[in-house]
Write a protein that binds this ligand. Structure first.
Ligand code: GUN
Length: 284
C-alpha cells in the first residue's frame, strides 16, 4: 500500500494520555471532569457510540453519567432533564446523541444545552462563534480531523480542501476549521454536478456522506490526504467507510482506515472539550 495510514487509534492513545494527566490535575483541585450522555430509543449504532463515549470517560478518570430513555420520552421531559444537568456542578459536558426520534425538535433540544456545557459544539451560539473564528468548543469530528492533519504536520495553509457532505455536524464546521487554517475550501453536497471533478482537485479530501464506498480511487488526486468520516455496516456485517479503501489506498498519500480512523478521534476530542470545560470551572 503506497499511501500511509492515518491511524486514529494510535493518535487517540497519545492525546488521551495527555487528557488523563490533565484530568488528574483538575481532579486534585476538586473539579473532576464530568460528562452526561443522553440517548433516546434503541438504535443499535447510537447505543454502541454512547457506550464507547462513557467507557472512554472512565479510562481517562472522568465522572460520567449515561441516561437512556425510551424513544417515546416527551420533548418537555427531555428539556427538563437538560435543565437539571445545566444546573449540576458535577457535570461539565452534556451530549444528546443524535439522531433524535422524529417527534422531538432536535434544534430546540440542542439550544437548551448551556453553551458552556455544549461539548458537541452544536449549540447555535457555538456554531456562530466557530464561524467568526473563536469557538468555545469545536465540534468533535472536525476537530479530530484537524488533529490528524496536525499529527502529520500537513501544510494546510494554501492547500485545496474538498469536503463531500454539508451537514451541521461534520461538513460545515469542517469547512470553517480548514478555512481558518488557510485552506481553499469547497463543500460538495448531494446535488453537486461532476463530483469527481472536485474531488480529484483536492489535496485534502474529507468525506462525510453516509454512502458506503462512494469515493473510489479514480476520484482522488495522487498523494492526497483522504479523511473518511463514514462508518457504514454492510449486509455481511462488516464496517466500511464512505471511501472505497481498497482502491483509494493506492492513490492517496495518507488515508484514514474505517474502523480505527476518525471514529476514535471524535471521542478523543469530546474528552478534550469536556476536560477544557472542567478546567474553566476550576477557581483560581
Ligand atoms: N450522532 C452522530 N455523531 C454525533 C456526534 O458527534 N454527537 C452527537 N451528539 N450525536 C451524534
Amino acid at each position: 500500500m503506497p499511501g500511509q495510514l492515518l491511524d486514529g487509534n494510535l493518535l487517540s492513545r497519545k492525546i488521551r494520555a495527555e487528557i488523563a494527566a490533565r484530568a488528574a490535575i483538575v481532579t486534585a483541585k476538586g473539579v473532576r471532569p464530568g460528562l452526561a450522555v443522553i440517548v433516546l430509543g434503541d438504535n443499535p449504532a447510537s447505543q454502541v457510540y454512547v457506550r464507547n463515549k462513557v467507557k472512554a470517560c472512565e479510562d481517562v478518570g472522568f465522572h460520567s453519567v449515561l441516561e437512556r430513555y425510551s424513544a417515546e420520552l416527551g420533548e418537555e421531559e427531555l428539556l427538563a432533564r437538560i435543565a437539571t444537568l445545566n444546573a449540576d456542578p458535577s457535570i461539565h459536558g452534556i451530549l444528546v446523541q443524535l439522531p433524535l426520534p422524529a417527534h422531538i425538535a432536535s434544534e430546540r433540544v440542542l439550544e437548551a444545552i448551556a453553551p458552556q456545557k455544549d461539548v458537541d459544539g452544536f449549540h447555535i451560539a457555538n456554531a456562530g462563534a466557530l464561524m467568526v473564528g473563536h469557538p468555545e468548543f469545536k465540534p468533535c469530528t472536525p476537530y479530530g480531523c484537524m488533529k490528524m492533519l496536525e499529527s502529520i504536520e500537513y501544510p494546510v495553509r494554501g492547500a485545496r480542501a474538498v469536503i463531500v457532505g454539508a451537514s451541521n455536524i461534520v461538513g460545515k464546521p469542517m469547512a470553517m476549521l480548514l478555512l481558518q487554517a488557510g485552506a481553499t475550501v469547497t463543500i460538495c453536497n448531494s446535488k453537486t454536478r461532476d463530483l469527481a471533478h472536485h474531488t480529484k482537485d483536492a489535496d485534502i479530501l474529507v468525506v462525510a456522506t453516509g454512502k458506503p464506498k462512494m469515493i473510489s480511487g479514480d476520484m482522488i488526486k495522487n498523494g492526497a490526504v483522504v479523511i473518511d468520516v463514514g462508518i457504514n455496516r454492510l449486509p455481511d456485517g462488516k464496517l466500511c467507510g464512505d471511501v472505497d479503501f481498497d482502491t483509494a489506498k493506492y492513490i492517496a498519500g495518507w488515508i484514514t482506515p474505517v474502523p480505527g480512523g476518525v471514529g476514535p478521534m471524535t471521542i478523543t476530542m469530546l474528552l478534550m472539550n469536556t476536560l477544557e470545560a472542567a478546567e474553566k470551572a476550576v477557581k483560581p
